[in-house]
Design a binder for this molecule. Structure first.
Ligand code: SDX
Length: 429
């Protein structure tokens, strides 16, 4: 829908003007359609895509100033409280909440596709014992394309749906296998009678020598963590998946690319970095010094779990997680000193003009690690947990892009290198 127009007037040797359409969405900022610029010899320049809408989407809406996060219009707070992860998967993928029959069918399909081709287990024997689980996830998810040839046709909606179920169903199995490899224990087969999060915890902490009884408090907290990480508009890893998908790459390769991007400490790797940071701070008495370092331009130290490209208010997921921290640790009778340090850090930072002026608030990663630690998840698995939750968001965006006419993503640049020059023989250099 074109709402109105803008005119870019260019002053110089020959004054010119370029008419640009302005399009508005359902809510949120309107966009200036800059297509005519390239026809007039101009590009826009927006490193980091701070003010660039890369696509049109109907999946997730974020209002950074209001601290709002909607999935297909439903507030994340309501989904976290009332829904479950597989229902949120259905919503993100299909656009509506399922009725009872649809939900049962979706859950059943996921439950009965959690096993992997057994040859994939051989991959883990090739990894060192101390390989980071995210390295193993990049490798094994990408390798899925070498096993599941009947779900690689990206132009066939049915093939895309098969790949969708395989990825959502098998990510927890691959993740648990990477953990078991790192501790030298045998992998656990998934159990079809268990719920999604319950099954994951069974595969993580069960062993073949005894029955596994997953604590429902832990399973519920795990499911909520998956919901809170399910999707987040055009973040770095989702944009990577869209870009990879725009070349026609197969779904497993695209999701592996998303996993690789998520791994960075500025993105999904932040949850692991937050726990390391809290551990280094070590005591409440050191919090002031840490905040001082975070404000020092000459110090690379940042408060991990703070700040966000979009949220200039509280990340609504952080609010839910902060509440869950108290609930889960209370129910488990855990008194984690890191939680006290985190609370003190938040309290001091949010009263400090540096953080107030720069609108830096706790993000999804600030409290998630404390809950994951309480669930017994090891630090090296934190970002893997994020990847499990985010797989459905990556797939929903990948599928949305492929369901409409699309072009390969190919940004341009502002070139500031040498103008053309002739080769010089070595004697002349
Ligand atoms: C996720 O995009 C998404 O939606 C991501 C995500 C998702 O669900 O997919 O929400 C998940 O990645 C959450 C973010 C996790 N990362 C961290 O917690 C790492 C710490 N945060 C920062 O690195 C930073 O805030 C980013 C990367 C999150 C955002 O970076 P921006 O938007 O590029 O902002 P910036 O780095 O330009 O910072 C703006 C200013 C700078 O100061 P000036 O140069 O303007 O003087 O704020 C400062 C920064 O130095 N700043 C911080 C800070 N974050 C920003 N200073 C101290 N501590 C911090 N954490």
């Amino acid at each position: 829908m074109v709402d109105t127009k803008a005119t870019l007037s260019i002053k110089g040797e020959s004054d010119s003007a370029i008419d640009l359409d302005i399009r508005s969405g359902t809510v949120g900022p309107s966009v200036v359609d800059i297509a005519p610029l390239s026809k007039n010899g101009y590009f826009t320049f927006d490193p980091g895509f701070v003010a660039t809408a890369s696509c049109e989407s109907k999946i997730t809406y974020i209002d950074g100033d209001a601290g709002t996060l909607l999935h297909r219009g439903y507030p994340i707070e309501q989904l976290a409280e009332k829904s479950d992860y597989l229902e949120v998967c259905y919503l993100l993928l299909n656009g509506e909440l399922p009725n009872r029959e649809e939900k049962e069918a979706f859950d059943r399909t996921v439950r009965y596709h959690t096993m992997l081709n057994d040859n994939i287990a051989d991959f883990y024997r090739g990894f060192r014992y101390d390989a980071h689980p995210m390295a193993m996830m990049c490798a094994t998810v990408g390798a899925m394309s070498s096993f599941y040839h009947d779900s690689l046709d990206i132009n066939d909606p049915e093939s895309r749906q098969v790949a969708t179920f395989r990825l959502i169903s098998k990510m927890p199995t691959l993740a648990a296998m990477s953990y078991k490899h790192s501790i030298g224990q045998p992998s656990m087969y998934p159990r079809n009678e268990l719920d999604y999060a319950e099954n994951f915890l069974h595969m993580m902490f069960g062993n073949p020598c005894e029955e596994t009884n997953v604590n429902p408090i832990l399973a519920d907290a795990m499911d909520k963590i998956f919901i809170l990480h399910a999707d987040h508009e055009q973040n770095a890893s989702t944009s990577t998946v869209r870009l990879a998908g725009s070349s026609g790459a197969n779904p497993f390769a695209c999701i592996a690319a998303g996993i690789a991007t998520l791994w960075g400490p500025s993105h999904g790797g932040a949850n692991e970095a937050v726990l390391r940071m809290l551990g280094e701070i070590g005591d409440i008495s050191n919090v002031e010094a840490a905040v001082k370092r975070a404000k020092d331009k000459d110090d690379a130290f940042r408060l991990m779990g703070f700040g966000h490209r979009v949220y200039k208010n509280f990340d609504p997921r952080a609010k839910v997680l902060k509440k869950s921290c108290d609930q889960v640790l209370g129910e488990l009778g855990i008194n984690d000193p890191l939680l006290d340090i985190a609370r003190k850090l938040e309290e001091i930072a949010l009263e400090d003009s540096y953080f107030i002026d720069k609108k830096l608030y706790p993000n999804v990663d600030f409290y998630s690690g404390i809950i994951l630690q309480a669930l017994g998840i090891p630090l090296s698995m934190f970002t893997v947990i994020f990847a499990i939750g985010r797989t459905v968001g990556w797939i929903a965006h990948w599928n949305e892009m492929l369901s409409e006419p699309y072009k390969i993503g190919r940004p341009r640049q502002l070139y500031t290198g040498h103008a053309i020059r002739d080769y010089r023989d070595i004697e002349q250099r």
